[in-house]
Design a protein around this ligand. Sequence first.
Ligand code: DC
Length: 236
Amino acid sequence: MTPVTDTTAPVLAIDGPSGTGKGTIAGRVARHLGWQTLDSGALYRAFAFLAVENSIDPGDAEGLEALSQSSVIQFVAELDGVKILVGDRDITDEVRSESGGRNASVYAKVAVVRKALLRRQRSMRRPPGLVADGRDMGTVVFPDAFLKVFLDASPAVRAQRRYKQLKGKGFDVTLRALEREIAERDDQDRNRAVSPLVPAADAIVLDTSEKDIGEVFAEVMQFVNEQLDPEKTPRS
Ligand code: DC
């Protein structure tokens, strides 16, 4: 069943480059509030996976448009994260790999892909609210989000975090390769013509380099509470 978009449901937009902890923060905040989540990076990763599998070139606008209409990508919430399914095939591991991220970044530059995925992302907006993380949640997908947070961190810290995360999941990666990977993906995401990675003018920018996940969560929740109920939230 296609969910009905509810444009009155509040959206918290969390954007930033990879390795800033935005996925983890988005998940924690959503659980805390009892809201839905949208991991838009996973959507780009899954779409790119299908494009590569079907040998559709990033320059083939018609092929990509057709794929966007025929592909059925599903996210299933699990205890340890989200499972990504195409039909009844589980593609989570392929999609979460570094090559999955690289392919996503390449196809994410294509206007027809962004347009097709825009509708899908907006359809996730449902009561009681949505926590959406990605690169353009606050600038393009949900410009009316009640709160926009842009998480950043130094490239060295982000590479370390990715390294730990991927090693923990059993991926065979090196720190040096991840540093290179992150620099290339940053460059590609920040400098593309459509929806580049940039903080929205009204976003709160948080540098998480020196902070652990608990501190970032507490700060984000403080901003959320101030926005949702400014009367009752004393500033600490
Ligand atoms: O958040 P992530 O690392 O899973 O995202 C993978 C790639 O997908 C990222 O390098 C760029 C693209 N992406 C995007 O262009 N816009 C989004 N809202 C989310 C991801």
